[in-house]
Design a protein around this ligand. Structure first.
Ligand code: SF4
Length: 161
């Protein structure tokens, strides 16, 4: 199963949406893309506007020799989803031998939240990935639960028509 950062974010927001998304999205391998970009830049300066699977990874920056991945969000409402998404990228980079750190920036709220891949966070991420693999590979999607976000969800007709 090809889990992506975008899918991690989606799963954290709604498991059912992630189930649909996994089946409908034609995956561009965002991790391969990210790897290419990092390789091309040799980690110098910053790489902007990386769009992956409808989730924007806004830029990667080199700050005093440290690689930082930034994720800019409109609000901190879904901060846990953004955190797990960033952890997913940090773990992937770690597996490639790059130790990076993450920041979720919420300009409207003047917030910047640092995200580090500690042992504890890595365990949490691994647990989430295992759960995702199990839930998403089921023949039927998880039951729909109405929430405010359903109003703007592209799968609303599948859930509520
Ligand atoms: S409409 Fe609501 S329950 Fe259905 S997939 Fe979207 S967010 Fe999930």
């Amino acid at each position: 199963m090809r889990i992506t950062g975008g899918l991690v974010h989606e799963y954290m927001v709604c498991k059912r949406a992630a189930w649909y998304s996994y089946r409908s999205v034609s995956f561009e391998n965002e991790l391969v893309m990210l790897g290419k970009m990092l390789h091309q830049s040799s980690y110098k300066g910053e790489i902007k506007n990386i769009f992956m699977d409808n989730i924007s990874l806004d830029f990667i920056k080199n700050e005093n020799g440290e690689v930082w991945i930034y994720e800019v969000k409109k609000s901190s409402k879904m901060i846990e989803a953004a955190k797990m998404q960033l952890l997913f990228y940090l773990k992937w980079l770690k597996d490639k031998g790059v130790n990076a750190k993450g920041k979720i920036a919420v300009p409207k709220e003047k917030k910047q939240i640092e995200v580090m891949l500690t042992d504890k966070e890595e365990q949490e991420l691994n647990k989430l990935i295992s759960e995702m693999e199990e839930v998403i590979s089921r023949a039927k999607p998880p039951k729909a639960k109405w929430r405010k976000i359903c109003e703007k969800c592209s799968y609303a007709e599948l859930c509520w028509a």
